[in-house]
Design a protein around this ligand. Structure first.
Ligand code: GLA
Length: 750
């Protein structure tokens, strides 16, 4: 037995390495009838990538290829299931299925798991039929005996090669079923050595990039919080190791090598399982988090999963993030395909906290306007009995003590200063000390008769309830109808606890994980329909709700409450692996910083924030004339190059991670006519010089003029030189000492 296992296993492994689909071993079919569609292939091409799957001889949908683009005429061998490995791993588990249901003998992560009314939990999906439009497929599958249908959707963006995948599960049985696990997609990578990159964090410390070798077993990244979460973000990248033949350490290349990446468009509990199978292939399964999940489908009902986007680059993690940034700008954001650069904002939160009133806000607005700010945002504290975080959430009427004549006089003042007006709201939350809670204590997530955990003195309104959803849309619509508001900062300052929905029957309660989020999206969509000019920021105590789901409805995000300019360098670095700098709001706040007492110059703070969409959040009443002059100059310079910075191609030249003494980024406009370079020092050691910056992405033969906006290059640096010169010879900066910053622009000369 032992010998046969080893031989059999090794043979399988060698054959699989050679080519998964060349293997032919007789496998037993799950049903007696000949499966439909055997031999059918599905191929999608876009960007630099090709994606292929097919129907194998068992009737299963099998992953065949995802990687660099193949020639149009290349023939791909038909799908054939993989062999068993002895008696322990039969073909149902060794074969990489496109969307594996838990049934038969499946030991790897399933995409779908269902319990039927009679207790049966076996589900085996076989191909039924498909529809195609060229760049998209809808593939229908069905259980081998029961009336459970699954439609897999594939839509390839031909420009970027990003593939949008999702599934619709339909119950045509006579009785209800419970969907206990439903992924949006499963992705399969051929056997190799890989490095996984993913983002984790916590409040005030979001966007840490983690990199680790993918080894045997599973790695789970997830949120069980009812929301996206600060702790992990629904994005991954997997780099193929260049030195796969050596025993050396794995590495993920920034500008070289193959990278597969994905992002889930969902703002509720989610889970990715990254699994290295017994045959060394890597599978990524992602979608609704199956923890505490249970979606009841009555006869005729359907469950649609979120979209899981996946892409490929052969230019390292840098190439992967540039593809993703462009895709977000062109296909995800509400203003896509041409989102406007974000207005430069002033926000009073760190200056005033809850102490907002007409005189104080007007004084700040005047000062902000003198800097060249585009948008004035009043944060928390303007509504209900909101003196601090103990009361008021839920009561969305203007506080008469602070604003006796409503918001209009302040808004008019802001408009007279040539800025538009934005306002903070936290629509999904409620303080028990509020009129709304006194009236509707049943409107919150809770289990009847059980304690209700408060965080920041607040509870979560159950948006899954239609009455709550309508109330939220109602007050927001009224606010925007009665006031000329251009922008909402939409906050969400805690995660779920006791996620009960006691207005529905016990077997429907767990639907809250889906219905809540859908209703949040619905409210956002309705609001945008009724007020087409409104712009919205997704904030959740900083970066707790950033994902491609919420980004369909929100124009920007607040990456972190931590605004320390040095901390932000590595957070911004991590953030940009998944998300475009266009949505990355970054405010200049006070020095020393409230979180860590660090002292930095205004220029350092300004430049750190100018890597993204700029805002000022400091108390302008404390600024000197010199501060105003410096900030005004830098805001004007930023306005000129903002589109290049926030919508251009980003190159991370020097990483701030891992105790780096230095950091530098470069962005290049899509037409390569302009480029912007940022450089920062941290705590430098032994008088080391700033590393040579070999620029990237320029037109090699065009001439570019170098202009310093802050700081300088070393003596002798040419004022103008070819793209080749800047890319090969590079620029040496005259940047010494701790916490120094420089910014340059390059403009193509005609
Ligand atoms: C959260 C946000 C902050 C601020 C406060 C207001 O913490 O992240 O920017 O708006 O709420 O209470």
């Amino acid at each position: 037995m032992k010998t046969s296992f080893v031989i059999h296993g090794l043979t399988a492994l060698v054959r699989f390495f050679f080519s998964a689909s060349l293997i032919f071993l007789v496998a037993t079919s799950a049903s007696n009838a000949a499966p439909a569609g055997v031999g059918q292939m599905f191929r999608l091409d876009g960007g630099d990538t090709t994606y292929i799957f097919g129907v194998n001889e068992r009737g299963e949908l099998q992953a065949l290829y995802w990687g660099g683009k193949l020639a149009p005429g290349d023939k791909f061998p038909e799908a054939h299931s993989l062999p068993e490995i002895a008696s322990f791993d039969p073909p149902s588990t060794t074969t990489p299925q496109e969307y594996a249901a838990w049934g038969s003998a499946l030991y790897t992560e399933p995409a779908l798991k269902i319990t039927f009314a009679d207790g049966n939990r076996d589900l085996v999906l076989h191909y039924v039929s498909s529809k195609s439009t060229g760049s998209s497929y809808e593939v229908l599958m069905k259980d081998i005996s029961r009336e459970i249908y699954v439609t897999l959707r594939y839509a390839m963006d031909t420009e970027s090669g990003i593939l949008a995948r999702s599934a619709v599960i339909e119950n045509r049985e006579k009785d209800a079923v419970v969907v206990e696990q439903a992924a949006a997609a499963q992705w399969t990578l051929a056997p190799s050595r890989y490095t996984l990159s993913y983002l984790t964090g916590r409040w005030g410390a979001e966007w840490t990039l983690n990199q680790e070798p993918i080894q045997g077993g599973s790695r789970v990244i997830e949120s069980r919080r009812g929301t996206t979460g600060h702790q992990a973000n629904p994005w991954f990248a997997i780099s193929r190791d260049d030195s796969q033949k050596s025993n050396g350490p794995l590495s993920a290349g920034e500008e070289h090598g193959e990278v597969w990446f994905g992002a889930l468009a969902w703002s509720g509990s989610w889970r990715f399982t990254i699994e290295k199978t017994q045959l060394e292939s890597v599978r990524v399964t992602g979608g609704f988090n199956p923890f505490d999940f249970g979606y009841k489908l009555k006869p005729g009902e359907k469950l649609e999963t979120p979209i899981f986007y996946g892409g490929y680059s052969n230019h390292g993690l840098g190439g992967a993030s540039r593809i993703l940034h462009k895709f977000e700008l062109q296909h995800i954001l509400p203003q896509s395909p041409n989102p406007k650069p974000r207005p430069v904002i002033y926000n009073s939160w760190e200056a005033t906290e809850f102490n907002v009133d007409v005189a104080g806000q007007e004084a700040l607005a005047e000062k902000a306007a003198s800097l060249g700010i585009d948008r004035f945002v009043m944060d928390d504290g303007w509504f209900g009995q909101r003196k601090d975080d103990r009361a008021g959430l839920g009561d969305w009427y203007v506080n008469k003590e602070k604003f006796p004549n409503g918001l209009k006089p302040l808004i008019e003042k802001v408009h007279s200063l040539k800025m538009d007006f934005g306002l903070w709201v936290e629509p999904e939350m409620i303080n028990p000390d509020s009129d709304l809670y006194r009236k509707h204590p049943d409107w919150v997530l809770n289990f009847s008769g059980r304690p209700r955990t408060e965080s920041r003195n607040q509870l979560v309104l159950n948006l899954a309830r239609p009455d709550v959803r309508d109330y939220v849309l109602g007050f927001l619509n009224k606010l925007l109808t009665e006031n000329d508001i251009a922008f909402l900062k939409w906050d969400y300052n805690r995660n779920w606890s006791e996620p009960g929905w006691d207005a529905v029957t016990a077997d429907e309660q767990k639907k809250v994980y889906v219905e809540f989020i859908r209703n949040v999206y619905w409210v956002l969509a309705e609001l945008r329909k009724k007020h087409p000019k409104i712009e919205i920021e997704s904030c959740s105590g900083g970066g707790g709700r950033v994902d491609l789901g919420i980004l369909r409805y929100t124009d920007e995000v607040w990456p972190s409450d931590n605004t320390d300019p040095f901390d932000r360098l590595s957070m911004q670095d991590g953030f940009t692996y998944a998300y475009t700098p266009q949505i990355m709001m970054a405010w200049v706040t006070a020095s020393p910083h409230w979180l860590n007492g660090r002292n930095t110059t205004l220029a350092y703070r300004m430049l750190s924030s100018m890597q993204g969409s700029l805002g000022i959040g400091d108390n302008l009443n404390k600024w000197s004339a010199e501060d105003f002059a410096n900030a005004k100059r830098l805001i004007a310079a930023y306005h000129e190059v903002q589109k290049t910075i926030t919508q251009g191609d980003l190159y991370r030249l020097v990483s701030p991670r891992d105790d780096s003494e230095f950091s530098s980024t470069q962005t290049v406009s899509p037409d390569k006519s302009q480029s912007v370079v940022f450089a920062f020092t941290v705590a430098t050691k032994q008088g080391r010089l700033f590393p040579l910056l070999q620029l990237q992405g320029l037109d090699p033969t065009a001439k570019y003029k170098l202009t310093a906006i802050e700081g300088k290059a070393i003596k002798g640096t040419p004022e103008s030189a070819s793209g080749d010169w800047w890319m090969h010879h590079g620029v040496n900066l005259d940047l010494k000492g701790d916490y120094q910053a420089a910014m340059f622009r390059l403009d193509r000369e005609h």
